[in-house]
Design a protein. Structure first.
Length: 373
């Protein structure tokens, strides 16, 4: 059967960064103003006062120091607290297609691929900015790719699950070369007025080329040994934004419609699930965690990554073994493990094993065991 390889990766980093300090200053100024404006209701117990945020807490609890924003305007404006992104006309390129293409071109170049070499485009991420036509089809047209494209949403595991679909298409022979893109434009879904979650996410776009080993000519090729997926329903990470709000007569931008989570519960539930998942996936190849040279793990929280790698290795993973990118990028929904891969894969030697693994909302866990060719 055809071997499937990841033959190129691309990363697009937005032009604007926001440090913890900048974000916390804006949030705290907003909270002061809110508390003053609602002093009476807070006094009467009708409303809760907004508590203060702190840059030290954020770094200690999450490992995040900074995040990138596609558009910074508006996010730090205490009278707005959300990015100001002008709507584009139907004849203009959509925002998500724009950043998807930036990452896609880099992945194509790393894999030595032209548009004519690609058979399918999957855009897989936590949100798409519209229901249809698919962002993937817009990207396909813009890049001049024949064949087909579709969008898929699996929250934090969208990227790995998208790679799984590409792997299966290539194995089945329905496509020879697939472009999988994760335009994680997540800043519009962040509740910047919520102390517990205002710091978590950043924008980014990543892309990979998966193809049959027979056609691959990229300098760094990773054979996908197998894929493994798990989902288990949980309301602990949720965004209820959607088209039903119009019929429900509710505020489409209410706090429950934006990202919200029970972070502690997520931590407790997901760490053991992810560790067990990874260990089972490796065991299917008669591998143990000690055989893995590089762990490209989901990037939501440094303490989660440390705990998972400690459960597996029986010791702390080194920064070389399990690279962390969330200090600069924050949580980028599904793209985190792909950013880690894009930045830290070229140094592996032939025959070295690595594992990509995402974990998060759904709950959803997706992994790929790979071996450098
Ligand atoms: C969100 C997360 C960073 C919070 O860290 P935590 O250590 O669990 O912190 P808690 O929410 O329990 O809060 C601890 C204390 O800090 C406070 N706190 C929360 N946010 C704060 C902030 N921004 N600034 C200052 N203090 C804060 C809390 O109110 C709490 O105070 P209390 O003990 O007096 O009630 C962490 O739970 C996490 O990352 N979980 C996993 C999330 C995840 O992976 N999600 C996937 C999303 S795709």
């Amino acid at each position: 059967m055809t071997a499937v390889v990841i033959s190129g990766a691309g990363l697009w980093t937005p032009p604007h960064a926001i440090s913890n300090e900048e974000l916390v200053d804006a949030y705290n100024a907003f909270a002061d103003k809110y508390n003053q404006q609602h002093a009476e209701a807070i006094e009467n117990g009708e409303l809760e006062a907004k508590p203060k945020s702190s840059a030290e807490f954020i770094e200690k609890a999450s490992g995040i120091k900074s995040r990138f924003a596609y558009v910074k305007d508006g996010i730090l404006d205490i009278d707005r607290m959300r990015p100001a992104i002008p709507e584009r006309g139907e004849n203009e390129l959509s925002n998500q297609a724009e950043i998807a293409i930036e990452a896609a071109r880099k992945a194509m170049s790393a894999a030595n691929k032209e548009a004519c070499d690609i058979d399918a485009v999957i855009v897989s991420c936590a949100y798409t900015q519209r229901a249809y036509p698919a962002i993937a089809i817009e990207v396909q047209q813009e890049l001049g790719i024949d064949g087909f494209g579709f969008d898929m949403l699996v929250a934090c595991s969208a990227a790995t699950f998208g790679m799984h679909r590409a792997y299966e298409m290539i194995k089945a022979g329905t496509a020879g070369c697939v472009l999988v893109i994760n335009p994680e434009l997540v800043s519009p879904q962040i509740n910047y007025t919520d102390r517990d979650s205002h710091f978590i996410f950043g924008d980014v776009a990543t892309a990979v080329i998966l193809e049959s080993a027979d056609s691959a000519s990229g300098e760094h090729q990773y054979e996908v040994m197998s894929t493994k997926a798990l989902t288990k329903f949980s309301n602990n990470i949720r965004s209820s934004f959607g088209y039903m709000s119009r019929a429900n007569d509710v505020d489409p931008y209410g706090p429950d419609k934006l990202f919200h989570q029970a972070g502690r519960k997520v931590f407790k539930d997901v760490c053991p699930l992810a560790a067990e998942h990874i260990s089972e996936h490796l065991a299917a190849h008669q591998l143990t965690p000690a055989d893995v040279k590089r762990w490209w793990l989901h990037q939501a929280n440094i303490n989660m990554n440390l705990l998972i790698s400690k459960k597996l290795l029986g010791r702390d993973a080194t920064a070389d073994e399990a690279p962390i990118v969330l200090d600069r990028y924050a949580n980028t929904a599904s793209a985190g493990s792909v950013i880690a891969f894009a930045l830290h894969h070229e140094d592996l030697g032939s025959g070295d094993y690595g594992i990509l693994c995402s974990f998060g909302a759904g709950y959803s866990i997706g992994s790929l065991v790979v071996r450098k060719r």
